[in-house]
Design a binder for this molecule. Structure first.
Ligand code: NAD
Ligand code: GLY
Length: 350
């Protein structure tokens, strides 16, 4: 088993990575806790695939388990679903000293994490991510949130899990588009921090080949995120580099009403656009955008979308990395080395 320790003072936790780990959930949580009540919260797609195995493992170790199901999909990251979740947890007899588990992709992880941060002013939770995006990104680092009608992730918290259990076998059941979506985040890690990872990915011809080295690729990505989050848990500086591709990518997602392109697809194109911009202003070496474009194609990800300068400008003006008239744009000095480039918003163009 591969293990990483996230060292945030007073909120340290382990990330455990191995095929087949779900069957060890009970044993692993016994290292955190004496048997207590546990609520597994999962979505309607993941429940029939993996919840019975997790429940059985927990019960074998003496935990008293309830399963709570939410509908699959982004719409579940809502205040309505959050309120329903609070009620179901209270009705299941969960108290402040018990434990809740997020079993699923980033939607389940973000919603359950936010419920954990707020119910009883904070209850311990564990992430068991089952999508590639959740395994390399959303389950680590403690960003938890729900959406509002006004926008995505507008209500949230920094609330670290007590453990992250990554069973890479669960990725085998992902629909191909969801797998490719997560690959965009993996490519992002290579681009911002790890040229070797980028080169490893360049040798892959189609998405399913990523399974040959999946444990070590996920370990590498989580290790990058671990280091960044340890330095800047609250996203005031270095953590912003994780948003490479996101300024233009969010503009694309918003322009298409979060329906045409997945998050990974949009940030993939965003990485190309931001690299082209970096090349134009002389920060990013010429040819970088082309390298990223080629890699995205290998992972069946789109490489261009129909969007005009006004839609990009609208995205830049509402980007969370903005400071007044300035924006902290993430650019590549080279593959494997991202920088935060402060620039007037009006100068960021297609
Ligand atoms: P998701 O949770 O909607 O999962 C995608 C689909 O895959 C869903 O239909 C789900 O039911 C299904 N699924 C999950 N695991 C499966 C499995 N093993 N086999 C078969 N199907 C499975 O989406 P996601 O891409 O995992 O996460 C997206 C969410 O993550 C967004 O809400 C985004 O805002 C959030 N996010 C959060 C962070 C963070 O740091 N907190 C970072 C990135 C993204
Ligand atoms: N997904 C970006 C972050 O955790 O900061």
């Amino acid at each position: 088993m591969k293990t990483l320790r996230v060292n945030i003072p007073n909120r340290e936790y382990d990330i455990l990575i191995e095929k087949g780990l779900l069957a060890q959930t009970g044993k692993l949580l016994s290292t955190l806790r004496n048997p207590c009540k546990v609520a597994i919260i999962t979505d309607s797609n993941v429940l029939p695939l993996y919840s019975a195995q997790v429940k059985q493992s927990l019960e074998t170790s003496g935990f008293d388990v309830n399963i709570i199901e939410i509908p699959a999909g982004e719409a579940s990251k809502s205040s309505k679903m959050l309120e329903s979740l609070y009620s179901q947890l209270i009705n299941a007899g969960i108290t402040r000293s018990d434990l809740i588990i997020a079993l699923g992709g980033g939607v389940v992880g973000d919603l359950v994490g936010f419920a954990a941060a707020t119910l009883f002013r904070g209850i311990d939770f564990v992430q068991i991510p089952t999508t590639l995006l959740a395994q390399v990104d959303s389950s680590v680092g403690g960003k938890v949130a729900i959406n509002l009608p006004e926008g995505k992730n507008l209500v949230g918290a920094f609330y670290q899990p007590k453990m992250v259990i990554i069973d890479t076998e669960t990725l085998q059941t992902l629909p191909p588009r969801v797998l490719s979506d997560g690959c965009a985040e993996v490519i992002k890690y290579g681009a911002i921090r790890d040229e070797k990872l980028f080169e490893t990915l360049e040798k892959i011809n189609e998405p399913c080949e990523i399974f040959e080295n999946i444990d070590s690729i996920i370990y590498t990505c989580c290790d990058i995120k671990r280091a960044v989050v340890e330095n800047d848990e609250l996203d005031l500086g270095e953590r912003m580099i994780l948003n490479f591709g996101h300024t233009f990518g969010h503009a694309i997602e918003k322009h298409y009403n979060y329906s045409t392109y997945t998050h990974g697809e949009a940030i993939g194109v965003g990485m190309i656009m931001e690299s082209e911009f970096g090349e134009k202003i002389g920060i990013t070496p010429i040819g970088t955008a082309a390298k990223i474009e080629k890699l995205l194609t290998q992972f069946n990800l789109p490489t261009n979308v129909d969007i005009d300068a006004n839609a990009i400008a609208a995205g830049v003006s509402t980007d969370k990395k903005g400071e007044g008239n300035l924006i902290n744009l993430i650019l590549l000095k080279q593959i494997g080395a991202a920088i935060i480039h402060k620039i007037p918003k009006s100068e960021v163009t297609l």
